[in-house]
Design a binder for this molecule. Structure first.
Ligand code: PLP
Length: 481
């Protein structure tokens, strides 16, 4: 797509596929949408798919598969131990990542569980430095008695920026932590496509420098490659030094530098599942004992062989520049359209999805009234699109008495790969423009129950603002959905 120029029309993201199978969706009337979000406790996690037009909650496990993936699923060799499927996937992983040992694991957070059991639990109080936290990663580290230190460079926290690699480590800070903590370090976690700061990439040079520091201080480097796909596109297009390299060469260079790589195949590889891959036989045998106890026999590790075959084919797609460019280009298009319409988004556009800055969009809604949750609900009312709150509702409580506020109050509009078309994105931009002009009608939320809450708990609106917003929609749009 990046190589396709336009003559008379404004460039649009160009799909590099044709659609073979489709699923019908519908837009329910705005009054029904208010009832649906109310029933879901103003929490988009609690919604029913039947009420949603554009499901932009996540890109996890919901990317469209190719006909080749679906075909490959029929080759799955269902067998408890030693299936042909395992060896086929192991061979593909060796080809791409140049690592000898592979453990299939049922999803990304289960990989994190295995790694925490293997490296954190034996050393209570040990530390995992990382560029940024991710809920499932730090959850397992803490559960196993460890803690984490964020080493993101300062600019990474800046929501509106021109820095092309906001996911980079502050290398000085990392070195300081490695020096101070010495043998107390369990491993260093390097998150590609840094999720919680808006899917922001980390540069290959920065990851290589982190790996060098790990070698210098004798600690394991562990790459979370769940969001590597978009990150590869950004290395290729934003990091001059590597623009002549193929995606395969970039992956090889990165992989050779890392001791352990794990990923959620719900994201990387267009499938559902996960894997830990490494070169050290002793470490492999050690982690394998946990996989056998918690996941399944180590040739399927809790995954279905059908999914393993789909990942095998999906990993090849991940090495195809045309295919992996499409997600970031759709996100960039959406972010640019919104920014041009005066809607505050995280910049530069990253991977995963477009992130709207709720504090700026709704300055009249204060932290304690959940601006990102309110905006996610209002977006659904205005459009039938479901985004994800990325703010205080989502933030885990460390202390039962003190409500945590996230560093950012964002609404993420994830863009699952090959699922939605440009016209659907344009529809969404239109509805967000309407919301921009009616934002004063949007009010805040509160939790139904006091005290520590979970990201999937129910909230209530502080007034009848959802009904008023829907009435204004009806007034402006007449009979339109
Ligand atoms: C960076 C990162 N790591 C780990 C995970 C966990 O993966 P899974 O959802 O497969 O458990 C995710 C999921 O969103 C992720 O984005």
């Amino acid at each position: 797509m990046s190589k396709v120029g336009y003559y008379a029309r404004k460039p649009l993201p160009l799909e590099m596929h044709k659609i073979c199978i489709v699923q019908k969706t519908e837009i329910i009337p705005v009054e029904e949408r208010v009832k649906a979000i109310r029933k879901a406790g103003f929490n988009t996690y609690r919604m029913e798919s039947k009420d949603i037009y554009l499901d932009m909650l996540t890109d996890s496990g919901v990317n469209a598969m190719t006909n080749e993936q679906l075909g490959a699923m029929m080759l799955g060799d269902d067998c408890y131990a030693g299936s042909k499927t395992y060896f086929r996937l192991a061979e593909k992983i060796k080809e791409i990542f140049n690592k000898d040992y592979f453990l299939p694991i049922h999803q990304g957070r289960a990989c994190e569980h295995m790694l925490a059991l293997a490296y954190v639990q034996p050393k209570p109080g040990s530390i995992v430095p990382m560029n940024f936290q991710f809920g499932t990663s730090v959850g397992k580290i803490k559960y196993c008695g460890g803690d984490y230190v964020i080493c993101l460079k300062e600019e990474g926290f800046n929501k509106q920026s021109t820095d092309l690699f906001k996911g980079d480590f502050d290398l000085e800070k990392l070195e300081r932590v490695l020096k101070e903590q010495g043998s107390n370090i369990a491993f260093v976690r390097i998150e590609s496509g840094t999720n919680l700061i808006g899917g922001q990439p980390i540069s290959l040079d920065n990851m290589l420098a982190v790996s060098e520091l790990c070698k210098k201080y004798g600690v394991l480097s562990v790459l979370d490659a769940s969001l590597l796909q978009d990150n590869l596109h950004f290395i290729k297009t934003r990091e001059n030094k590597y623009k002549e390299c193929s995606i395969r060469e970039i992956v090889r260079t990165l992989s050779n530098a890392m001791d352990i790589i794990y990923f959620s195949a719900r994201k990387l590889g267009f499938g559902r599942g996960g894997a830990i891959i490494l070169n050290d036989e002793k470490q492999y045998e050690y982690i394998k004992t946990f996989v056998a106890s918690f996941e399944g026999f180590p040739t399927f590790g809790g995954m279905s062989v059908k999914e393993m075959e789909a990942i095998r084919v999906g990993l090849d797609d991940t090495m195809d520049e045309d295919i992996i460019a499409q997600g970031p280009q759709f996100i960039e298009y959406l972010a640019n359209e919104l920014e041009a319409a005066g809607i505050p988004v995280v910049t530069p556009p990253g991977g995963l999805g477009c992130h709207i800055d709720a504090m700026k969009f709704l300055p009249h809604i204060k932290h304690g009234q959940y601006p990102a949750g309110s905006l996610a609900s209002a977006i659904y009312i205005a459009s039938g699109a479901r985004g994800m709150e990325r703010g205080a509702i989502d933030e885990p409580w460390e202390d039962d008495e003190v409500e945590p506020y996230g560093a950012m109050e964002l609404v993420r509009l994830a863009v699952p790969r090959r699922v939605y078309t440009v016209s659907q994105i344009n529809y969404l931009v239109d509805r967000l423009c309407w919301l921009r002009d009616n934002k004063d009608l949007i009010g805040g939320l509160h939790f139904e129950k006091k005290g520590p809450h979970q990201f999937y708990d129910a909230l209530e609106s502080n007034s009848d603002w959802p009904e008023k917003l829907a009435a204004k929609f009806r007034e402006d749009f007449g009979d339109s959905l």
